[in-house]
Design a protein around this ligand. Structure first.
Ligand SMILES: C[S@@+](CC[C@H](N)C(=O)[O-])C[C@H]1O[C@@H](n2cnc3c(N)ncnc32)[C@H](O)[C@@H]1O
Length: 615
């Protein structure tokens, strides 16, 4: 539907929010036979619409199977937010089922008397879909008029003026659809929630909201403008990593509801484990909130954006546990069975281990954490792999020959090293099929340093000539900072160039137990993926056996960050706490010499079962 409506508005040159809203209101009012005689705001909108244009627009909507329901209107409101605004403000439409689940969770416990006075807010309200559902809920349960509900019970904030306007339109139309045509008084503010003075929200001094619901904006740090970044900084939950914009909305919400009040959000689920969620986890743990967390894991909830989300129902009451459940049902609005996880068992610093909590925390308590057992590396970072890395089509004693963008080059073999992209190890591949060459303008020491330019020109003239021909590309690295490097031909970062006796290469993401390659070539370099590094080769073989085991994969698939198509993140943070058992010399020997993966799986399961799960 969306594309043709967009084309239509573009063709007619209608981009002003007031005019867009006017067309929407008029079309929906005509099709639903809503009579608007009193509401001045809606009348003003409908007055400015040309009847012919309206007919044409209605036909357009009909052709796109628009059913003229409130859900369709809300989707249209989201759709007409410009892509640029969507990136900066995180505007996204929340599906009806999610809103219903949250609203039921936060309001179902209230009796009719309380429902008549409960004050509910959405502090990133968009076009007001949560507010609309709350109003409908209160109206249906208590019979209160919408005019009273809007004036005394509903509160909203949005940073976009058009969102405030659209929330008012939506709520007015809801009332009119039920025969209540009036001029309504709203408490929906056009403001920045991060800096808003909540004392002003409810006129009675100091009174707080009972309930806050919503879908706070998901905006990553690089898409925020500098004002927002400064405003984020004042919130204690934003003190670790690069916080996403949804993170402070938890603290703001919880600080601005009454004791025993409740907050119901759908947000990204990354705070459960991420570095930027560390301060937020600490905040939750320090306050011991009564917390129901429904995790959607890798399931996609939003049509228009790929995001990993969860629903958080947080009561401002003390509890020693978090209730954690995963929604695995067809229907989004079913509440899963919860497991109770003690706050005191959770580690805010390294990330919450909630999924299969008992099993995974037992695994983590075994032996030595993998992150301490051996160190890891992320490989080299040239910041221009296309320039440095190549596949030779031929080689002789002295040179590698390769083609780059249709031009043939040769470079001295002695200034090159072998390199692999260890992210390619998601599949069963052998070393030869993924090995490439990289121009390595460094000395041949254990801790290499960049070779001097005159030496480079004299000793490796072909390689110098090739890089010099791509100099403009190298200078533009690091957003132009490449021109400030001491040596323009050096890699963008000096990481990962040190020689190591042995390394175990493995990918950063995988959709099955990862395939690891053990290399004892001290000169081999790698990029994109990661590697465990140690001088003791046997130790790395043991790590290989464990990382490739079914037990390790079951740990990863229940604790790590999920991506689509069954992929999980294998980055340091997600694997470093896996406990490496202190194997006896015989067990150690078995692991090193055995190659049959089924036998290794059976052996590892047995060892961990004995020490983790038998008591
Ligand atoms: C994910 S949308 C939620 C919309 C609505 N609650 C819904 O579910 O359909 C996030 C909303 O937050 C608003 N927003 C973004 N940054 C904000 C800020 N700093 N203060 C207030 N609102 C903000 C955006 O304009 C957007 O309407």
């Amino acid at each position: 539907m969306k594309q043709s409506i967009f084309q239509y508005l573009k063709k007619k040159n209608i981009s002003d929010p007031f005019m867009v809203d006017s067309l929407f209101i008029s079309a929906f009012a005509v099709k639903n036979q809503w009579v608007i005689n009193v509401n001045a705001d809606l009348i003003e909108h409908t007055k400015c619409v040309d009847p012919e244009e309206l007919n044409e627009f209605i036909q357009q909507l009909e052709q796109c199977d628009c059913d003229f329901t409130f859900e369709c209107l809300i989707e249209l409101f989201e759709f007409v937010v410009s892509p640029k605004d969507k990136v900066v403000t995180g505007a996204i439409y929340t599906p009806k089922e999610v809103r219903t689940l949250i609203i039921n969770q936060v309001l179902n416990a209230l009796d009719i008397k309380k429902l008549k006075t409960v004050k509910v807010g959405d502090i990133a309200c968009g076009c007001g879909s949560f507010l609309m559902d709350v109003a409908l809920y209160i109206h249906n349960k208590t019979g209160r008029n919408y005019i009273d509900i809007y004036k005394e019970q509903l509160y909203g904030i949005d940073i976009q003026k058009y969102s405030v306007q659209r929330s008012q339109i939506l709520l007015s139309l809801l009332a009119i659809s039920e025969g209540e045509d009036n001029n309504f008084e709203f408490n929906i503010k056009h403001a920045n929630t991060l800096t808003y003075d909540f004392e002003k929200m409810i006129s009675k001094n100091g009174e707080k909201l009972d309930v806050i619901v919503g879908n706070p904006p998901y905006v990553c740090s690089r898409n925020m403008n500098s004002d927002v970044k400064v405003a984020l900084n004042k919130w204690s939950v934003c003190q670790t990593g690069h916080p996403d914009l949804y993170i402070p909305f938890f603290q703001i919400g919880l600080e601005n509801i009454k004791e025993n009040g409740v907050l119901g959000y759908i947000t990204m689920n990354s705070f459960i484990k991420s570095l930027n969620g560390r301060a937020l986890r600490k905040y939750f743990q320090d306050n011991h909130f009564k917390f129901d967390l429904i995790d959607f894991r890798d399931r996609q909830i939003f049509k228009s954006r790929s995001t990993y989300t969860c629903i958080c129902i947080i009561r401002k009451e003390q509890s020693s546990t978090i209730n954690y459940g995963i929604n695995k049902f067809d229907s989004i609005n079913k509440v899963p069975c919860f497991i109770k996880v003690k706050y005191s068992d959770l580690n805010y610093y390294s990330g919450w281990n909630l999924n299969q909590y008992t099993k995974n925390s037992s695994i983590e308590s075994v032996g030595i954490p993998l992150g301490e057992y051996c160190s890891s590396s992320h490989g080299i970072a040239t910041l221009s792999n296309k320039t440095y890395i190549f596949h030779p089509y031929f080689s002789d004693d002295e040179y590698y020959y390769f083609n780059k963008d249709g031009v043939d080059w040769r470079v001295e073999k002695k200034v090159c090293r072998s390199i692999v992209n260890s992210n390619k190890l998601t599949k069963e591949v052998d070393y030869d099929s993924i090995a490439e060459k990289v121009i390595f303008p460094y000395t041949n020491d254990t801790k290499p340093s960049v070779i001097e330019e005159n030496y480079f020109i004299d000793v490796y003239p072909q390689a110098y000539h090739y890089l010099n021909a791509h100099r403009h590309l190298l200078l533009s690295r690091d957003k132009g900072k490449g021109s400030e490097y001491d040596h323009w031909y050096a890699f963008g970062r000096s990481q990962g160039i040190k020689k190591t006796k042995a390394k175990l290469l493995f990918p950063k993401i995988a959709n099955k137990p990862p395939h690891c390659i053990l290399s004892t070539d001290p000169d081999l370099l790698f990029y994109n993926g990661q590697a465990f590094i140690d001088d003791d080769i046997n130790k790395l073989i043991v790590v290989k056996r464990i990382v490739e085991s079914s037990l390790f994969w079951s740990y990863i698939s229940s604790t790590s960050k999920p991506y689509s198509s069954g992929y999980y993140c294998l980055n340091g943070n997600y694997i470093k706490n896996f406990g490496i058992y202190s194997f006896s010399p015989t067990e150690y020997e078995f692991l090193i010499s055995e190659n049959d993966q089924d036998k290794i799986n059976e052996f590892i399961d047995k060892i961990y079962n004995n020490c983790c799960f038998t008591h």
